[in-house]
Design a protein around this ligand. Structure first.
Ligand SMILES: *[C@@H]1O[C@H](CO)[C@@H](O)[C@H](O)[C@H]1NC(C)=O
Ligand SMILES: *[C@@H]1O[C@H](CO)[C@@H](O)[C@H](O)[C@H]1NC(C)=O
Length: 305
């Protein structure tokens, strides 16, 4: 008698366990709060820019021919070109491009996402950033697609901003789904930044011909410009810094940018937009985004159109 009821009880709990398992898998998708949706969608703006810039440079073509679904119907970018790269750098940049396709898909599979914004990745767009960084018009105008060094310097401009954005978003996320996605994106984004910085660091003291400035000076100028546009203090550092700014205040080599404890700097969406618009204002579109970014966060700062 006792045996029967014990096995009946265990059968009941067995069935209950199975039901829970079934329920768990059918409702496996965690509810993502709206604030997380916004914070996950916002970086699509940067991922689209990186995907197109890397893909054009490596392959001479972008998402529209490589992975058209990922554009979600947004307009094609302006000014992308196949870059004149050595086999090693082309190989690395091709891998970065494909990694960005994966990032776009991962975000779009987690949240609804939005169409690719209009992107201006023309040589002139980058030349304007470089002129602003130096406070003078370089002659001839800087061409990101001309060679390895120029392309790596131009690449120094982009993934790092995405990295600081992910670091900034992380503490504001609520759901496990969003946190694990952002950790995964941040890991690869910071890896890309490290590869770019290392390749540039090897060449830090070389002149960027035909200009009288070294690679290190280019990175320092670009980082200073980003600090100025972001308007929230120093969150960006070039490849060779004052000793006090290097790791533990003991080195001037600065292959990675980080704070006094060698932790990555964080930026808010506003800071990111001020930088990538080149305007220093989250409500004034421009630069790589002639019509501004897409998604609730970026659109919320822009005048209604
Ligand atoms: C791309 O979109 C088309 C049309 O909507 C669809 O048939 C196809 O399965 C999609 N491919 C991928 C890889 O999502
Ligand atoms: C792209 O940027 C360059 C430099 O600002 C500009 O001359 C060109 O008109 C822009 N193209 C578009 C479509 O916005």
């Amino acid at each position: 008698m006792a045996m029967v009821s014990a096995s009946a009880a265990s059968a009941t709990s067995f069935i209950a366990f199975f039901l829970l398992l079934l329920l768990g898998t059918s409702t496996g998708q965690e509810q993502i709060p709206n604030s997380d949706v916004d914070l996950l969608e916002f970086p699509l703006n940067l991922e689209f820019l990186e995907a197109e810039f890397f893909s054009f440079a490596a392959y001479g073509t972008g998402l529209d021919s490589m992975a058209p679904n990922l554009t979600m119907g947004g307009p094609p970018p302006v000014g992308g070109r196949r870059a004149n790269l050595s086999p090693l750098v082309r190989d690395i940049i091709a891998q970065f491009a494909l990694q960005e396709f994966g990032h776009l898909r991962a975000i779009q599979n987690t949240v609804r996402g939005f169409p690719r914004p209009l992107l201006n990745i023309s040589a002139e767009s980058f030349a304007i950033v470089i002129n602003d960084a130096f406070g003078q018009r370089l002659q001839p105008p800087f061409d990101p697609y001309a060679n390895d060094i120029n392309y790596l310097i131009a690449s120094y401009i982009i993934p790092y901003v995405g990295l600081t954005g992910y670091v900034g978003a992380n503490p504001n996320l609520q759901s496990t789904t969003a946190k694990s996605l952002v950790a995964g994106l941040l890991g690869v984004e910071s890896g890309q930044d490290a590869v770019i910085r290392t390749l540039l660091y090897e060449r830090a003291l070389l002149k960027v011909v035909p200009y009288p400035f070294t690679v290190a000076e280019f990175t320092n100028r670009i980082s200073n410009l980003r600090n100025k546009l972001g308007k929230e203090g120093v969150k960006d550092e070039g490849l060779i810094v004052e000793r006090g700014q290097g790791a533990e205040g003991r080195v001037s080599g600065n292959v990675l940018a980080a704070d006094q404890d060698s932790l990555s700097y964080a930026r808010t969406p506003q800071e990111v937009l001020r930088i990538v618009y080149g305007s220093g204002k989250e409500n004034v579109a421009g630069g790589f985004y002639p019509r501004g970014g897409n998604g609730r966060i970026a659109r919320s700062f822009l005048p209604a159109t």
